[in-house]
Design a binder for this molecule. Structure first.
Ligand SMILES: [Zn+2]
Length: 142
């Protein structure tokens, strides 16, 4: 399915994105992305055409980690006009969820070089993907 597309205030195409903040025992789940934008990131992806954001976050978490989302809580929604994905869009409108999950994470080699759990102290030392650096700072985690 193609990404759901909207319009920015100045008429450029806009994608919708979901992000999943997943915490267990004081650590956050991160992947080292092998696709642009590079860097350590939590699980995220586009909302597909005809899909709502709650369904999209469940699907992305399952695709990128094998984990099952039991419950998702919306923390923020915000348009990031500096966030790009390799396609020609003006911005991404993000829905950031905190997700309760079950299962153990499994690496998706198409998406990531590694997957693992990191403390805030460890996250501060990583090169983060820019959107996730923004979210972790906004949440006061780093
Ligand atoms: Zn996009």
């Amino acid at each position: 399915m193609p990404p759901k597309e909207g319009k920015t205030k100045d008429g450029k195409p806009m994608h919708y994105s979901v992000g999943a903040l997943i915490k267990r025992d004081g650590r956050y789940l991160l992947i080292d992305r092998t696709n642009v934008p590079f860097g350590f990131a939590s699980l995220a992806g586009h909302v597909d055409e005809g899909e709502d954001e709650t369904t999209a976050v469940k699907r992305e978490v399952k695709e990128e980690s094998g984990l099952t989302v039991a419950q998702s809580t919306l923390l923020f929604e915000e348009e990031l006009d500096w966030n790009h994905c390799g396609r020609n869009v003006g911005s991404h409108y993000w829905y950031l969820f905190e997700c309760d999950v079950s299962g153990e994470p499994v690496l998706d080699p198409e998406e990531a070089a590694l997957i693992g759990w990191y403390t805030p102290e460890e996250i501060k030392k990583l090169v983060l993907e820019p959107a996730w650096e923004y979210w972790f700072k906004k949440l006061g985690i780093i």
